[in-house]
Design a protein around this ligand. Structure first.
Ligand code: SAM
Ligand code: SF4
Length: 321
């Protein structure tokens, strides 16, 4: 399916829960946010039905996110069912990694294609400052397990801030001798992210190049989107930048987002989209869902306005990143 600016939309990010076992300072307040009632969260059966409809409209790649997707029980079952849908080529996961080691075998059996692990520091004290929990050893165990899994596409996502400046080099170095892609994602003024000071791609790059030497553009691992990959000499893996503010990629945006309570969000910044849940509750047939999705996608905003001071008030755990 295409929007009114002729961008092809083939990638759906699904937030399967707004709950999380961490409290990252740029994402969730310390004492949490009022969570959706279980009855308001789309059931797996409903998600699978909607994904069949999305697949019939050309969506071929699905990312499961949250909140923390691994806190929702039975995720491997969802992965397996999504992989069985005609037209769905790839199902991947974005996770904080805390519960990954124990769930990875079942996820792999279910056909998971890739995992993105969010990790901003290798220092236990700083991990606690950023996430307000002590879980670094479990995240590292999850990362090791993922890298040991044959054929699984593994990426590490770091949000660079003033607080973790001294971690950029050690994190990037993880890709020196392994097939890992370490990606730096510019902080966006979404929810609590608006109150922290962003560190731009250029700042991160200068620090990395001072240590590793010049980085050459490279193809990087297969992926869904806007990351630009580089490889310093001698590296096995790659270093990526997703820079929504300093290298805006809206013109190539290929994605829409489904929130845990069934709102189809067509742009990260704006509330534009359609609430699919009421349609489902009214017993809408697949054709009616297809029409609602196509109408919403047609009106997808052409670009965000973060760089001009635009904000998104929703917390990132509701939107899924
Ligand atoms: N809990 C999972 C995780 O942390 O990977 C999935 C959901 S989380 C909202 C998805 C991604 O969004 C994480 O990589 C996180 O670092 C990133 N994120 C959260 N708030 C952000 C912000 N304001 N700007 C940029 N990235 C953000
Ligand atoms: Fe949880 Fe992910 Fe948000 Fe951190 S970024 S609080 S892990 S949802």
């Amino acid at each position: 399916m295409r929007d009114s600016t002729q961008r092809e939309i083939d990638y759906l990010r699904i937030s399967v829960t707004d709950r999380c076992n961490l409290r990252c300072v740029y994402c969730m307040p310390e004492d949490g946010v009022p969570c959706l009632a279980h009855s308001d969260i789309l059931s797996y059966e409903t998600i699978i039905r909607l994904c069949r409809v999305f697949a019939s409209l050309g969506v071929s790649k699905i990312k499961l996110t949250g909140g923390e997707p691994l806190v929702r029980r039975g995720l491997p079952h969802l992965v397996e069912q999504l992989k069985a849908i005609d037209g769905i080529r790839s199902v991947t996961l974005t996770t904080n990694g805390v519960l990954l080691e124990e769930q990875l075998p079942d996820l792999i059996c279910a056909g998971l294609n890739g995992v993105n692990i969010s990790l901003d520091t290798l220092d236990p004290a700083r991990f606690h400052t950023i996430t307000r929990r002590d879980a670094l050893p479990r995240v590292l165990a999850g990362l090791r397990a993922a890298l040991a899994a044959d054929g699984l596409n593994v990426k590490l996502n770091c949000v660079p801030t003033l607080e973790n400046q001294s971690d950029w080099v050690p994190l990037a170095a993880l890709s020196q001798d392994s097939r890992l892609a370490v990606r730096f994602i510019e902080l966006m003024p979404v929810g609590l992210g608006a109150s922290l000071q962003r560190q731009d791609e250029a700042q991160v790059r200068a620090v990395l190049e001072a240590v590793f030497g010049p980085m050459q553009p490279t193809a990087g691992p297969s992926g869904n989107g806007p990351c630009r990959y580089f490889r310093p000499e001698g590296f096995t893996g790659s270093i990526g930048f997703i820079s929504a503010l300093t290298h805006t990629f809206c013109r190539r945006c290929n994605r829409v987002r489904l929130t845990a309570n069934g709102f189809l969000k067509t742009c990260l910044q704006y509330e534009t989209g359609v609430a699919l849940r009421p349609l489902l509750e009214q017993g809408a047939e697949d054709d009616a869902l297809r029409r609602a999705i196509l109408d919403a996608v047609r009106d997808k905003p052409a670009h965000h306005h973060f760089a001009e001071g635009g904000r998104q008030l929703s917390h990132m755990n509701e939107v899924g990143g």
